[in-house]
Design a protein around this ligand. Structure first.
Ligand SMILES: Nc1ncnc2c1ncn2[C@@H]1O[C@H](COP(=O)(O)OP(=O)(O)OP(=O)(O)O)[C@@H](O)[C@H]1O
Length: 256
């Protein structure tokens, strides 16, 4: 199975040459095994995610998606391999030293804080100046129609608005890498479509390098620039959404 290199635009080349803030991810020979288990949860694999790319990890339950995200986040140590972000080896770096942000579900919002304070909280902890916090919060909220509810608390809002804020709270940090682990799986169907659209819009608007785990092929096709197919802890292939169906069919043939 071939891995399609993404076309590097003139802008990206220029940014590279100028030593700009690129956010590439290289996973090299990465594997994982949970303690006291017989077979590895993730077999060794290589994967490169380009700056600003939306990469979907797709596979059934137990295929290794969460474990890969947890290694990238710093919550699980790999058994083998390295993790490079912008060429820097972060394989053994602490969670807070790798600039990877996990978008949490809406129940993780602080219930007593206004939307504005929820969005700015992590930025204050990071020590950003008040002016920059205000600018970032306004920039994100104006793009997603949240400005009118900045002074409300989560309990006053709809489930969809809360979900939107939870996503915005990750984006406002402008992380090098944004990760999401099945963020729509617990939402009612009508909110799932809206949330997927929002995820894609925010990712494109802010050009965030993103890894997104899902067991839903339709979601993977809507969201991904490329889809990484996982099966029983193995990376089977990395393809554009257009050829996803054919690859899934070939995996099913092999499995049956
Ligand atoms: N804490 C753990 N201890 C032992 N084995 C685990 C643990 N967490 C996951 N596993 C195993 O590791 C493998 C990969 O699981 P993982 O959760 O990464 O898959 P997934 O594709 O994200 O599935 P799901 O969406 O159901 O979480 C599975 O075989 C799973 O049973």
């Amino acid at each position: 199975m071939t891995e399609h290199p993404r076309q590097v635009t003139d802008d990206q080349l220029l940014t590279n040459l100028l030593g700009g803030n690129m956010s590439t991810v290289s996973l090299n020979g990465l594997s994982h095994a949970y303690e006291n288990t017989v077979s590895p949860s993730v077999h060794p694999f290589n994967l490169f995610i380009d700056d600003g790319e939306f990469l979907v990890l797709y596979g059934p339950s137990g295929s290794g998606k969460s474990t890969i995200l947890r290694m990238l986040h710093g919550l699980e140590a790999p058994k083998t391999g390295t993790i490079l972000i912008d060429g820097n080896d972060v394989t053994h770096a602490a969670v807070n030293d790798r600039d990877v942000t996990l978008a949490l579900e809406s129940y993780a919002l602080y219930p007593h804080m206004s939307v504005r304070d929820n969005l700015g909280f992590a930025l204050r902890v990071d020590g950003l100046p008040a002016e920059e916090i205000r600018d970032r919060v306004e920039s994100v909220t104006s793009k997603i129609g949240l400005r009118d509810i900045l002074d409300d608390v989560p309990g006053d809002l709809s489930a969809l608005q809360r979900q939107t804020i939870a996503l915005a709270r990750a984006v406002v940090r402008q992380p090098k890498v944004l990760i999401m682990d099945e963020p729509v799986v617990n939402l009612v169907p009508e909110h799932q479509a809206d949330t997927l659209r929002l995820v894609k819009d925010l990712q494109q608007e802010f050009g965030l390098t993103t890894l997104y785990a899902t067991a839903n092929l339709e979601d993977a096709k809507v969201l991904g620039d490329r889809i990484a197919f996982l099966d029983h802890g193995r990376l089977i292939g990395v393809e554009k959404p257009e050829v996803a169906e054919a690859l899934v069919a070939s995996i099913s043939d092999v499995d049956s």
